[in-house]
Design a protein around this ligand. Structure first.
Ligand code: C2O
Ligand code: CU
Ligand code: CU
Length: 533
């Protein structure tokens, strides 16, 4: 069947699910209404290399994305506040506020060592329920931030846990049932960086410093109206595909630039967009620079892998080293998202009522690097980064998960959609399983995530060419597939096999989630509970 016939299978109705949203702009179906759309300010259009004049927000030691080391109990308060996305035009937003006494943080970047403890009280000042999930961390159910733990306005929830994961770029975000897309879109979420001896070694070898030459980069797309306000539109069609925005933000900076010296930088990417995939490349004119993929969801890889392009699906993290030596002061290098086939129905010749004019897979500019200073720097990327012990799969049980083509515009995992009280899948503690995630040929790419465990990708089967051409081994794996993962982007028609070991550190039965991390798919119920017992 041709992709063009896809829409008929979906059976879209014309129903509009709009909802009010306080001072926030929360449109229903009217696509002409206020969307970021093509309107007006070409200076903000990411398709143009012009206008990258806003200094990138680089994490400092307070304020928005400040680096926060939680060494004592603290309050974290999601609230409605303002963020200036378009300079001079504060936008109504949601942010997590942490008052650390002498400093105030918004969406703090947690910075911890493996073995540290977190004693946090979530105090919900939103007008709707919420809960924080610590994405990628191995925690018990009570600390994981399951939607069933969501709390209403003005109540609180206590987290108390030890960080037992290896060093990596984890993150945290809201996880209330059906509200993840909206609350994330309006701003909630940030990094959770765990450091260990492997980071120490890499930083020593390359003289990297977090916040200076090692920079977390949070990628998001948004729609903004002419007043610089965030516009969030939802309707059944957008729910099926996901919310796209035609403005690209890095650390909430629109059209950002960063001055760099002629040395190696480490960039820790997080794609926290609702439904956009990026194909990252560093370009100088038409030339693509070679970079090193050194890490992903679960931390540093065994060694650096050279690449010129890397996909980053929703919720994935990719850790990259870029060497700016060999360039001259005055040179301009762009981080771009290259064109790719989105393999989603959004490009079908039909009005999807997306306010965004920037389709998934379209090429655009993300961040401009201005080579500022020539410095002397003679360090080299180490040949070894960490030890990745392959999961022993002898005797492992096999499990097949299918992501079928959508039925009536709705996505499923096997035959299930989220039901808070239902547990469709149970695994036994201390067992190893091999899961095969098989995506339907007429589906969309789905970034599939599991709570509480990291897995190892064994193989990609029947991948589309744009994926297989990036493969570096006979198993169809890309550099970003190596090491430990908690999300994997599974393309239409593709199967991904991974090994997972359910060696839980907590007693008793634990209920966790397994879901698609396209936030609209997740909110629509492409999510199931699973239990470890
Ligand atoms: Cu980012 Cu259910 O997770
Ligand atoms: Cu998670
Ligand atoms: Cu999905």
């Amino acid at each position: 069947m041709k992709r063009r016939n896809f829409l008929r299978i979906l059976g879209f109705g014309g129903v509009v699910l709009g909802a009010g949203g306080g001072g926030l702009i929360f449109n229903s179906c009217d696509s002409s209404g206020g969307g970021g759309g093509g309107g007006g300010d070409m200076g903000l259009d990411p398709r143009s290399p012009e206008g990258f004049v806003n200094r990138l927000l680089v994490p400092g030691d307070e304020g928005l994305y400040g680096l926060f080391h939680p060494d004592s109990p603290f309050l974290i308060v999601p609230k409605e506040t303002e963020t200036e996305i378009v300079p001079g035009k504060p936008a109504s937003s949601f942010l997590y506020e942490v008052d650390a006494g002498d400093r105030i943080f918004y969406n703090p970047i947690f910075r911890l060592r493996k073995g540290d403890t977190v004693d946090a009280t979530l105090l919900n000042e939103l007008d709707e329920e919420t809960i924080i999930h610590w994405h990628g961390l191995e925690l018990d159910h009570a600390n994981d931030g399951h939607p069933n733990s969501a709390i209403p306005h003005d109540s609180s929830y206590n987290y108390n846990y030890e960080v037992i994961n290896r060093g990596a770029t984890y993150w945290y975000h809201p996880h209330p049932d059906k509200l993840v897309g909206k609350q994330s879109y309006f701003g909630l979420g940030s990094f959770f960086i765990v450091e260990d001896e492997n980071d120490d070694a890499l930083r020593n070898a390359l003289e990297l410093e977090l916040g200076q030459t090692e920079i977390p980069l949070n990628l998001q797309d948004r729609n903004l109206d002419s007043e610089g306000q965030l516009v969030f539109e939802i309707n059944p069609m957008i729910q099926t595909i996901g919310v796209l925005g035609d403005r690209i933000l890095v650390n909430k900076t629109i059209k950002p630039f960063l001055d760099v010296d002629t040395r190696i930088y480490r960039f820790r990417f997080l794609n926290s967009s609702n439904s956009r995939t990026y194909k990252l490349a560093f370009t100088k004119g038409s030339e693509k620079l070679v970079f090193n993929v050194i890490g992903n969801d679960g931390g540093l890889l065994d060694k650096p892998y050279e690449a010129t392009e890397a996909f980053i699906g929703i919720a994935e993290r990719v850790d990259i080293l870029v060497d700016f030596r060999g360039h001259q002061p005055g040179d301009e290098i762009f981080l771009k998202s290259l064109e790719f086939d989105p393999m989603d129905p959004a490009l079908v010749d039909m009005n999807f009522n997306q306010p965004s004019t920037l389709m998934n897979g379209e090429e655009f500019y993300v961040l401009k690097f201005n080579v500022a200073n020539e410095i002397s720097y003679n360090l080299q990327v180490p040949g070894t980064l960490s030890e990745i012990v392959p999961i022993d799969i002898t005797g492992a049980g096999e499990r097949f998960i299918t992501l079928p083509n959508p039925i009536e515009g709705t996505w499923f995992i096997n035959n299930f959609r989220f039901n808070p009280g239902e547990i469709p899948l149970t695994v036994s503690r201390d067992t190893t399983e091999v899961w095969t995630i098989q995506n339907g040929p007429l589906a969309m790419p789905h970034p599939i995530h599991i709570h509480a465990f990291q897995f190892q990708i064994l193989e990609r089967i029947n991948s589309p060419e744009q994926v297989s051409e990036l493969a570096i081994d006979a198993h169809g794996r890309m550099p970003t597939d190596m090491g430990w993962k908690d999300v994997v982007l599974v393309w239409p028609g593709e199967s991904v096999k991974y090994a997972i070991r359910f060696n839980l550190s907590f007693p008793g039965d634990q209920i966790y989630l397994f879901h698609c991390h396209n936030l609209e798919h997740e909110d629509q119920g492409m999510m199931i509970n699973y239990q470890v017992s």
